[in-house]
Design a protein around this ligand. Structure first.
Ligand SMILES: NC(=O)c1ccc[n+]([C@@H]2O[C@H](COP(=O)([O-])OP(=O)(O)OC[C@H]3O[C@@H](n4cnc5c(N)ncnc54)[C@H](O)[C@@H]3O)[C@@H](O)[C@H]2O)c1
Length: 325
């Protein structure tokens, strides 16, 4: 019988290190041609937006579809969150639904996990690196957790336009990860960082790209609409640019589309997709001084791979509620 997993269930079984490893397999499948990743389908009812993100990973035997809705009036009018995510997992050999799970926490962990994977393949490997996190929201916590899983991190800095959010992030994450996490201003957070994660809702560049030090690795996960960007053109120009998907970067990501339309870079500035790096089809960082920039827009294969491990762990641990459809 299908299993129903609520947010608590997903949170109980989903671990970042395992999610990063699942992403490694999923991106290898993408490079090898065994991943099916159709375009996202959007429907706009009068009050909101509903997004359908299907994917199939042949080797992982993961067939799933995430539905994400964005209804801005939900909190005021219905006491519901603006964004609601749900994942449907199917048996790839019969089509039968095996699991329905909450997609909110899963999305945050998988967005951290893809940055963890990019960091594993692109960041320098020195011990005791310093991480700067821009934004102190839900995604930001997952970014720091993921980076700490793949590199030896001595301390972290966080900056947010809302100082209270930054202080609360610093306290929580320092307790959780056992490293010092300090609140910093934009400039200091930039100058000391070996690894930067940009996880804000800002539509405008959040730092001066000419001041990023050589050798830095950057994960950019916010702003995936054509008119919004967290990165200025200068940091994109200076970086070895890796996309989660070329197509998504060229059609959805202001971070990349704006420097292209301004003539600062061409489309060929996208050096590779992460999948090509993971599968060894293209080289990533070649020298310690290089700046590497990973631009994430979020791919449905991430949800499918993550949903599959959540389901397997839930079965092993006897978590969830069986339902009769
Ligand atoms: N790439 C992906 O797959 C993916 C997935 C989920 C969410 N996202 C994106 O990640 C971003 C963060 O999402 P969230 O859920 O954590 O949002 P959130 O609202 O919980 O947190 C965002 C934080 O950014 C801060 N902020 C805004 N402008 C800033 C600036 N200029 N400098 C520093 N901080 C600033 C806000 O004050 C807020 O605390 C959003 O843009 C979201 O669309 C991307």
């Amino acid at each position: 019988m299908p299993l129903l997993l609520n947010r608590n269930d997903v949170q109980t079984v989903l671990q970042m290190n395992e999610c990063i490893d699942a992403h490694e397999k999923a991106f290898t499948e993408m490079a090898n041609g065994t991943a099916v990743l159709p375009l996202r389908t959007n429907i706009s009812p009068p009050d909101g937006l509903s997004l359908y993100m299907p994917a199939y990973l042949q080797e992982m035997n993961a067939l799933a579809c995430k539905v994400v809705t964005v209804f801005k009036n939900n909190p005021a009018e219905h006491g519901l969150p603006v964004v609601i995510g749900t994942v449907l997992l199917q048996d790839a050999s019969t089509g039968q639904v095996t699991c329905i799970m909450d997609g909110g926490y899963l999305t945050a962990v998988r967005t951290g996990a893809v940055s963890g994977l990019a960091t594993r393949y692109l960041a320098r490997e020195d011990e005791g690196q310093v991480v700067s996190i821009y934004g102190a929201g839900v995604q930001a916590t997952m970014q720091l957790w993921a980076v700490c899983e793949v590199r030896n991190i001595s301390r972290a800095m966080v900056c947010d336009v809302v100082p209270e959010a930054a202080y609360s992030f610093a306290n929580e994450m320092s307790d959780r990860l056992g490293i010092p996490v300090e609140v910093q201003d934009q400039e200091d957070a930039l100058l000391e960082a070996d690894i930067i994660c940009a996880a804000t809702t800002s539509p405008e560049p959040i730092f001066d790209g000419s001041r990023v030090k050589e050798g830095t690795h950057i994960n950019g996960i916010g702003s995936h609409s054509p008119g919004a960007r967290e990165m200025d053109s200068e940091i994109v120009r200076r970086s070895l640019l890796i996309a989660d998907s070329r197509e998504a970067c060229l059609n959805e990501a202001g971070d990349i589309m704006i420097p292209i339309s301004d003539g600062v870079i061409g489309e060929d500035h996208i050096h590779a997709e992460l999948a090509e790096i993971v599968a060894g089809q293209k080289e990533g960082r070649t020298i310690p001084e290089q700046i590497t920039l990973f631009k994430s827009n979020g791919l449905a294969i991430q949800d499918a791979a993550t949903a599959k491990i959540v389901y397997e762990r839930a079965l092993e641990q006897g978590i969830g509620t069986e339902i009769d459809l």
